[in-house]
Write a protein that binds this ligand. Structure first.
Ligand SMILES: Cc1cc2nc3c(=O)[nH]c(=O)nc-3n(C[C@H](O)[C@H](O)[C@H](O)COP(=O)(O)O)c2cc1C
Length: 175
């Protein structure tokens, strides 16, 4: 088996990192792979932001991985963006046959049907591709859901309904 498969088989969460930064080309590759994540209706309602400049923020001070990681990424999702995209797709396909009532029914029975809006579910799929792509190239990381989304949204100055869903602290493992 190749080194890449070995890295995935040995993957584990890392909370103590060296100071060394992950080369930008490796991050770019991981971002390119994340963009290729399949999304329902091809709607791509997820963004990956480099928020490393927020590493020392008070709202993250309880997360040990953030303290030593040279990189910090935020994955955000927007339900409105996803629904806008779906509406456009359906209008293109069905034109005048697609009225507002029908559209609402479709959205209610599909993307809004589970507890979490599907835009957030998509985020978890993108997250898997993104972190695996970092890890397969020798990097390491820690996914973080333990933070206040309202505070983070404000601090990151996100607009509309764009919400930070997960953070990823990344770097190279300190052994
Ligand atoms: C969605 C998600 C959220 C997580 N949130 C946190 C977190 O807030 N803080 C933290 O230290 N680890 C967090 N983790 C890491 C888990 O604790 C870790 O993956 C789990 O203990 C299993 O360990 P492993 O990844 O080494 O297999 C999170 C992991 C996932 C997948």
């Amino acid at each position: 088996m190749g080194a890449e498969i070995d890295r995935l088989l040995n993957r584990h969460t890392v909370r103590d990192f060296t100071e060394e930064k992950i080369p930008q080309e490796l991050i770019d590759t991981a971002l390119q792979i994340a963009v290729k994540t399949p999304t329902s209706f091809n709607s791509h309602p997820v963004r990956i932001l480099d928020i490393s400049q927020h590493k020392n923020a008070e709202w993250l001070s309880h997360q040990v991985s953030v303290q030593t990681a040279p990189h910090l990424f935020a994955l955000t999702f927007s339900s409105q963006l996803a629904e806008k995209h779906i509406r456009e797709k359906f209008s293109e396909k069905f034109g005048g046959d697609m009225n507002e009532e029908k559209m609402e029914k479709i959205l209610d029975s599909s993307v809004r049907a589970s507890g979490d809006h599907y835009a957030e579910l998509q985020l978890y799929l993108v997250a898997g591709y993104f972190s695996a792509s970092i890890e397969v190239q020798g990097g390491s990381g820690c996914w973080i859901r333990g933070f206040d989304r309202d505070i983070a949204k404000k601090e990151l100055q996100l607009e509309g309904d764009e919400t930070p869903g997960l953070l990823f602290a990344a770097g190279f493992e300190k052994k």
